[in-house]
Write a new protein. Structure first.
Lengths: 176, 246
């Protein structure tokens, strides 16, 4: 997984000869294992991290200057595929002009979707991680109050997973 | 209409001045102009439909249109509609916005708190059939008439304020047709679907006191250990800077 980023070309065909970004190079130089996935639509680098290394990885990025978690969320990669917890980080400062950003993705097995909480690094992860837990059932270990935030608290199931089947409640049946 | 003979003669001669008369206007003495024939039903309905007080209830974008109706441009006060913030003073609830499974008990409770006679306008596609949420939503209630009885269905996504005025006029027509004699039959016995259950009420788990919980003061031990991993030398300088910033 730790390919030589200094060679500036990733061997995967999927990431189509994308050069690793600045943040990715810095992390590789300092020995933080990750996979450079490519650039997103806004040209911001996407890094794929193992969940075991997420907390030291995020701590390093915080120390590097990414002081704001501007978005956290999740998605289901497909029926039977992995669940993903993603983090959008940004360097916030006074009079910032196009501040540096980075995206982190953590792929989690569907049978055991546990990931450490980043609440203790960025407090804004609080409700975001609760929502991701509510919708996808990703368990954020170490979160201080991991409870459903949108759905009723006694709801069964994770509504935004691809294999979710809506219950046949009277209220949810089609109107005539 | 009975016309006075002298007013007839005046119209034939020079026109009568109506604006700003010098004398005080005389109260007409003809019996036919001082008697109103009506029924108790009509009087009662007229009084009721002229002061329909809607509840301030909005859950989504439909309420933006409803709020425009409150403002001076569309001005629904001229229909005698005064927005009320408590269900106990309201005659009418306009369900402006999507109703979800989580909101449904609150809506039914608000409806039950309104005094009889009470009316419901289902505003917008969401409260009629579920609207754009009717295909794949795990939460949106498919039509608010599964929860409370609806008098007027007001389609649109969202409907314009003029459409709400139209719905209110239709509701006024409906109210004006009601009769006190039929009041017993108008009362609805089966208002919404309910079933017997053996569920027990439990204390809510989301109390707001969680901000003071002890788990918020410090991360758990495992996470502290994980965060205390040895830091590579290139990082320590940057971390020192971060600490200074904090």
């Amino acid at each position: 997984m730790s390919e030589q980023e200094s060679s500036a070309i990733t061997p995967e065909a999927g990431s189509a000869l994308a050069e690793a970004g600045k943040t990715s190079k810095w992390l590789t130089q300092n020995g933080f294992d990750h996979e450079f996935v490519g650039l997103d639509a806004s040209g911001i680098e996407i890094l794929k991290v193992d969940r075991e290394f997420l907390v030291p990885f995020a701590t390093a990025l915080y120390a590097y200057g990414f002081n704001c978690l501007q978005c956290q969320g999740g998605y289901d990669d497909g029926p039977g595929a992995e669940l993903v917890s993603f983090y959008h980080l940004i360097k916030v400062s006074d009079n910032a002009d196009r501040p540096e950003e980075v995206r982190i993705k953590v792929f989690l097995p569907r049978q055991d979707p546990r990931v450490p909480s980043l609440y203790w690094i960025w407090k804004s992860a609080d409700w975001q991680e609760r929502e991701t837990y509510d919708m996808y059932g990703i368990v954020y270990e170490g979160h201080p109050n991991l409870k459903r935030i949108l759905m009723p608290e006694d709801w069964v199931g994770w509504p935004l997973r691809k294999d979710y089947v809506s219950p046949d409640f009277y209220e949810l049946q089609d109107a005539y | 209409m009975v016309m006075n003979s002298d007013s007839l003669s005046q119209t034939s001669g020079q026109p009568e001045l109506i604006l700003n008369p010098i004398e005080r206007p005389k109260v007409t003495q003809e019996l036919s102009e001082n008697v109103i024939l009506t029924t108790v039903d009509d009087l009662y309905n007229w009084a009721r439909l002229s002061s329909l007080w809607p509840m301030l209830y909005g859950t989504a974008c439909c309420f933006i249109e409803f709020a425009a109706l409150i403002g001076s441009r569309f001005d629904f006060d001229r229909f005698g509609l005064v927005p009320r913030s408590t269900p106990r003073q309201a005659d009418l609830i306009i369900t402006a916005g999507t109703i979800t499974m989580k909101m449904a008990p609150a809506l039914v409770r608000l409806y039950e708190q309104m005094p009889d006679p009470k009316y419901v306008i289902a505003m917008g596609a969401c409260t009629i059939t579920g609207g754009m949420f009717s295909t794949d939503s795990p939460t949106a209630v498919r039509g608010v008439d599964k929860l409370i009885p609806v008098d007027v269905y007001l389609p649109g996504c969202p409907p314009r304020p003029e459409a709400i005025i139209d719905a209110i006029i239709k509701l006024r027509k409906k109210i004006s047709n009601e009769s006190i004699q039929e009041r017993g039959e108008l009362r609805q016995t089966h208002r919404y679907y309910s079933t017997t259950h053996s569920m027990q009420a439990v204390d809510p788990i989301l109390t707001g006191a969680y901000l003071q919980s002890a788990t918020r003061d410090a991360p758990p031990r495992e996470l502290m250990e994980a965060m205390g991993l040895p830091v590579p030398p290139a990082l320590s300088a940057a971390e020192k800077e971060a600490n200074r910033r904090v």
